[in-house]
Write a protein that binds this ligand. Structure first.
Ligand code: RFL
Ligand code: PHB
Length: 398
């Protein structure tokens, strides 16, 4: 017989979305259980996002998660856009009246969230198998799983939050989903290197041979990406080839170069836009990558996932504290407006900066013209800056 228990919110997935939701619900006095199929060590080490919008930083600070973020996060006032071998600076603070972005890795946010939940006595079950959700159109949906020691559990919930990422089990439970999708004809080869970044801010570079991004994790660690073919075999990319390609795609003709060092992580990520609607069915609510994916060029995925979670936490608080379904009923529509804004921005940045394998000279000239426009028109730069630093940030109602 499975061990039976109950909670208010059953959360599937201990990524940034599921963990933050559990944290915000606890602040609102709402119980939850988080069920994750990977180990804690795996969740804390998965290399992904690095860039937080100003609103995300303000949110994390406002809910007691700012200590290490403020000590170790790197605040950036802008970015560089490079094309035709010339580097141009966009000053976000000046363009947006004070907005910025902060480099603080998703791995660190996940570590901070897990530590905060465990310190507060929160329930997170790692390394589960057979995770399943049922009865989402009843008043008491069920979350079932087998824990890391092989014991089966059935948790009766009031609501289930599907925060289980793109390959999770929750999205397929929504009947009649409308899927909007675009697969891009390129991927990113990402590396992490023990090398002090030779740039103070991120560089997005369009080069005739493809896009490259110079990011970082700390004053000692660089994070760099190269546009490659979607099915690119990693074994074709020995370290020397990666560095040579990076040097070429970031070269400006001067003495400046990318500083090199030991490569500690190497992976290839597909580029995809994906939006599933609606994000709710009965008492099942999707949040984050479970419902939508953006290509990483706009640095939006994590920020978008956390915005969903704030809206969901506000809605569930109203439901459990005041018995009001109003915000819960509006949840999917409210999220999808932001999702589509970010989907457009991410698609636009991606198309402008990458060289599509089938692009002709006409298309390349259009993209170069667009880059020329955003680096010479204040209005165009302002639009990019407003989207990049976070358009209409959401607030958690404490
Ligand atoms: P996650 O992080 O995928 O977490 C989902 C969790 O659910 C678990 N899970 C299950 N658990 C139980 N049962 C099941 N059946 C389960 N199936 C899955 C998974 O193990 C996992 O722990 O989704 P979440 O929480 O929605 O967070 C989304 C973000 O991870 C994602 O959007 C960002 O990483 C995207 N992204 C970036 N976003 C930014 O905002 N800024 C960036 O600079 C940025 N850079 C990036 C990125 C993503 C990248 N990759 C690798 C896709 C750079 C890259 C290269
Ligand atoms: C990262 O640091 O991993 C990063 C930064 C900006 C992006 C994508 C990824 O647009």
């Amino acid at each position: 017989m499975p061990v039976a228990s109950r909670t208010q919110v059953g959360i599937v997935g201990a990524g940034p979305a599921g963990l933050l939701l559990s944290h915000l619900l606890a602040l609102a006095g709402v119980d939850s259980v988080v069920v994750e199929n990977r180990s804690r060590a795996y969740c804390e080490a998965r290399q992904r996002a690095g860039l937080l919008e100003a609103g995300t930083v303000e949110l994390l600070r406002s809910v007691g998660l700012g200590e290490r973020l403020d000590a170790e996060g790197l605040e950036h006032d802008g970015i560089y856009l490079q094309f035709l071998g010339e580097r141009h600076h966009l000053d976000f603070r000046a363009l947006t009246g004070g907005r910025w972005v902060t480099v603080y890795a998703q791995t660190e946010i996940v570590k901070d969230l897990i530590a905060a939940r465990l310190a507060a006595g929160g329930a997170i079950e790692f390394s589960c198998t057979d995770v399943a959700v049922s009865d989402v159109t009843s008043d008491q949906p069920l979350l079932s799983y087998v824990d890391s020691s092989g014991v089966a559990h059935e948790v009766t919930c009031d609501v289930i939050a599907g925060c289980d990422g793109f390959h999770g089990v929750c999205r397929p439970l929504i009947p009649g989903l409308t899927i909007s999708e675009r697969n891009y004809p390129y991927a990113w080869l990402g590396i992490l290197a023990n090398a002090a970044p030779s740039t103070d801010e991120l560089i997005y570079s369009r080069h005739a041979d493809g896009f490259a991004l110079y990011s970082m994790r700390s004053p000692e660690v660089s994070r760099l990406y190269l546009q490659v073919a979607p099915d690119e075999p990693l074994d074709q990319w020995p370290d020397e080839r990666i560095w040579a390609e990076l040097q070429k795609r970031f070269a400006t003709g001067g003495a400046w170069s990318v500083s090199e060092g030991e490569i500690t992580d190497k992976s290839v990520t597909a580029m995809r836009s994906f939006v599933a609607a609606p994000m709710r069915h009965g008492r099942l609510f999707l949040a984050g990558d479970a419902a939508h994916i953006v290509p990483p060029t706009g640095a939006k995925g994590l920020n978008l996932a956390l915005s969903d979670v704030v809206l969901l936490a506000n809605a569930l608080r109203a439901l459990f504290k005041d018995g009001s379904w109003e915000l819960a009923d509006a949840y999917s529509g409210t999220c999808l407006q932001r999702v589509w804004r970010c989907t457009h921005f991410s698609w636009w940045m991606t198309s402008m900066l990458h060289v599509a394998p089938d692009a002709d000279a006409f298309e390349s000239q259009l993209m170069l013209s667009q880059l020329g426009y955003v680096t010479s028109s204040r209005a165009a730069a302002q639009s990019l800056a407003e989207n990049y630093t976070g358009y209409q940030p959401v607030r958690f109602e404490l």
